[in-house]
Design a protein around this ligand. Structure first.
Ligand code: ADP
Length: 473
C-alpha cells in the first residue's frame, strides 16, 4: 500500500519532531548542568550573599539586627563580621577576643576597602581566593552607618565549594536520562503517529472507494474533532455526488428520449416525403411543417442546454442597469400572448410599491420568462396565472401563482437542481430539459437574492424570488 515511513509521512514527521524536541531539551540540560553550571552556581551564590548582606544593612540599628545576623550565619553557613575602621572585628566577639583583638588580614582588608570605595552602590561583592584554604570565596562588603562615632563595615565571606564531583554525577545521570528520553520519544512518536494516522488512512481508503464510484462508502468518525469534520465534509460531498450522478443519469435518459422522438419523427416524415408525398404538394407541405416543428423543438432543447452554460459563465460579469421589474415582466408576458389568445390562459399582473431596481435586465427577464413558461407548462384545466410584485425600500418580491399540478414536498428541494425534471415520467408531452429553474436560481443568487416555492399537488404552485433593489448609495 502506502509508504509508511516516507519523508512526508505523518509517522516520519512526528518522529522527527519528537526527536528534535528531546534533543533540544537534552542540549539545554547539558548546557545548564554541565557547561554553565560553574558560572551559574557562582552567580546564584553571589546573588544570595548580596541579598543577605543588603537585608542586614537595612536592619542595622534595629533590635532584630543581632538575631538576624546570628540566624543567617548559622543557617547559611557563612562568616559574617562587623569590622571597625581598622579592620578590627567588632562582632562577633567572645571573652577571649577582648584580649586577642582579632582583625582582618591586612591585604584582605585593604582589598575590601578598595572594592567598597570603588563600587558605585553602597555595597560591593567580589571573589577572592583564600590563601590557606586554596579555594575561591565570595566577599560582600557594605558600610554600616553609626549615629555616633565612625562607621562600621559589614563583612560577609563564604567559600565557593568546588562542584566538579557533582558535575560528574550529573554527567552520568544526564547520559542515562538522554538515552531514556530518546528511546521514550521514539516509542511515543511511533505510538502517536500510528494513532493519528489510523483514522486518516481509513478515510483515505473510503475516499478511494468514492473515487471508484462507490457512493455507499462510510467515513469513519469518532477519533478526533478535525477528522470528524473531514468525515462530515466528505459524507456531504458523497451525498452531493450521488445526487448529481442520479440527476445525470436521469438527464441522459430524458434527453435521449427528448432528442430521439423528434429525430424519429423527422426521419420518418423525410422518408414519407421521399417515398409517398413528394408530388402531393399539400401533403408534402404538411409533412415538411412537422419536420420544421420538430427541428424547432430540438433546437429549443439545445438552446436551453447552452443557455445554462452560457449564463453561468456570463454571470460572473452582470451588466447592471436600472430598470423596472413590472415593465420588464409585461414585456415578457407579450411573448406568451399566443397562449392567452388561443389556449384560454388568463394571466394577471399586479404590483404594490416600488418595482425599480438595479440588476442585469436581460437575465432577470429570462428568469421571469422561465417561471411563466413553467406556470403555463404545468397548468391543467384551471388556466389562471397570477403574477404579483411587492417592493419596499430594499427589496422587490416577485411571485407567480398557478393552479396546475403542483409539486410534492419531497420534490421541492430538487426542482432547482440542474437537469432535474419532476415526475420522472419520460412520456410527458411537454419537452423540458430540467434547466429552467436552475437558471432562475443561478440568476437570482448572482444578484444576491433568494428563491423559493410553495406548492401542494393538485392545488398549484407559487414560485417567488426576492431581489435587492441596490438603489441606495
Ligand atoms: P423543466 O420544466 O424543463 O422540466 P425546470 O427546471 O423548469 O425544468 O423545472 C424542474 C421541474 O420542476 C419540472 O420538471 C417540474 O416537475 C417542476 N416544476 C417547475 N415549475 C412547476 C410548476 N409551475 N408547477 C409544477 N411543477 C413545476
Amino acid at each position: 500500500m502506502k509508504k509508511v515511513l516516507g519523508v512526508k509521512s505523518l509517522n516520519f514527521k512526528l518522529w522527527t519532531y519528537f526527536m528534535t524536541f528531546a534533543a533540544i531539551i537534552m542540549i539545554i540540560l547539558w548546557l545548564l548542568q554541565i557547561v554553565f553550571i560553574n558560572s551559574f552556581y557562582k552567580t546564584m551564590k553571589t546573588n544570595e550573599i548580596k541579598k543577605i548582606g543588603n537585608q542586614l544593612v537595612a536592619l542595622y540599628g534595629t533590635e532584630e539586627f543581632e538575631q538576624e545576623l546570628l540566624d543567617k550565619s548559622f543557617s547559611e553557613g557563612i562568616v559574617i563580621n562587623i569590622l571597625n575602621q581598622d579592620g578590627g572585628v567588632v562582632y562577633p566577639l567572645d571573652i577571649m577576643d577582648f584580649i586577642r583583638r582579632p582583625r582582618l588580614q591586612e591585604s584582605a582588608f585593604s582589598q575590601f576597602l578598595n572594592q567598597l570605595y570603588m563600587s558605585e552602590d553602597n555595597f560591593t561583592v567580589y571573589t577572592r581566593s583564600h590563601e590557606s584554604l586554596d579555594a575561591e570565596t565570595i566577599v560582600y562588603g557594605a558600610v554600616l552607618e553609626n549615629r555616633v562615632g565612625p562607621n562600621y563595615f559589614l563583612f560577609i565571606n563564604t567559600i565557593l565549594e568546588p562542584i566538579d564531583s557533582t558535575v560528574n554525577v550529573l554527567k552520568n545521570q544526564l547520559l542515562v536520562i538522554t538515552l531514556i528520553s530518546l528511546v521514550l520519544s521514539m516509542g511515543l512518536s511511533l505510538f502517536l503517529s500510528n494513532r493519528l494516522s489510523a483514522p486518516i488512512i481509513s478515510i483515505t481508503r473510503s475516499a478511494k472507494g468514492l473515487g471508484e464510484g462507490r457512493y455507499d462508502v462510510e467515513f469513519r468518525k469518532g477519533d478526533y474533532q478535525e477528522i470528524d469534520n473531514l468525515a462530515d465534509t466528505l459524507s456531504q460531498a458523497t451525498k452531493e455526488l450521488k445526487k448529481s450522478e442520479e440527476l445525470r443519469r436521469d438527464f441522459i435518459a430524458n434527453i435521449t428520449h427528448d432528442l430521439k422522438t423528434p429525430l424519429t419523427l423527422i426521419k420518418s416524415y423525410g422518408e414519407m416525403i421521399r417515398d409517398i408525398s413528394g408530388d402531393n404538394i399539400q401533403k408534402r407541405d404538411e409533412h415538411l411543417n412537422t419536420i420544421i416543428q420538430e427541428t424547432d423543438k430540438l433546437s429549443r432543447l439545445v438552446d436551453d442546454m447552452l443557455d445554462l452554460t452560457k449564463i453561468q459563465s456570463e454571470l460572473r460579469e452582470l451588466k447592471m442597469e436600472e430598470f423596472d421589474l413590472r415593465n420588464e415582466s409585461e414585456h415578457v408576458l407579450e411573448r406568451f400572448s399566443y397562449f392567452v389568445e388561443n389556449e384560454g390562459f388568463e394571466i394577471t399582473l399586479s404590483s404594490e410599491g416600488e418595482t425599480g431596481l438595479i440588476g442585469d435586465k436581460l437575465k432577470i427577464s429570462q428568469a421571469v420568462y422561465n417561471l411563466v413558461n413553467n406556470a403555463i407548462n404545468y397548468s391543467l384545466d384551471d388556466k389562471r396565472i397570477e403574477i404579483k410584485m411587492e417592493g419596499n425600500l430594499d427589496e422587490v418580491k416577485f411571485s407567480i401563482k398557478d393552479y396546475g399540478q403542483g409539486i410534492h414536498k419531497e420534490e421541492q428541494d430538487y426542482i432547482w437542481e440542474r437537469y432535474y425534471r419532476g415526475g420522472k415520467s419520460h412520456t410527458r408531452q411537454k419537452t423540458g430539459s430540467g434547466i429552467g429553474l436552475s437558471l432562475v436560481k443561478t440568476i437570482v443568487l448572482a444578484h444576491k437574492g433568494h428563491v423559493g416555492v410553495e406548492s401542494s399537488p393538485g392545488e398549484g404552485s407559487i414560485f417567488w424570488f426576492i431581489l435587492p433593489r441596490n438603489l441606495k448609495e
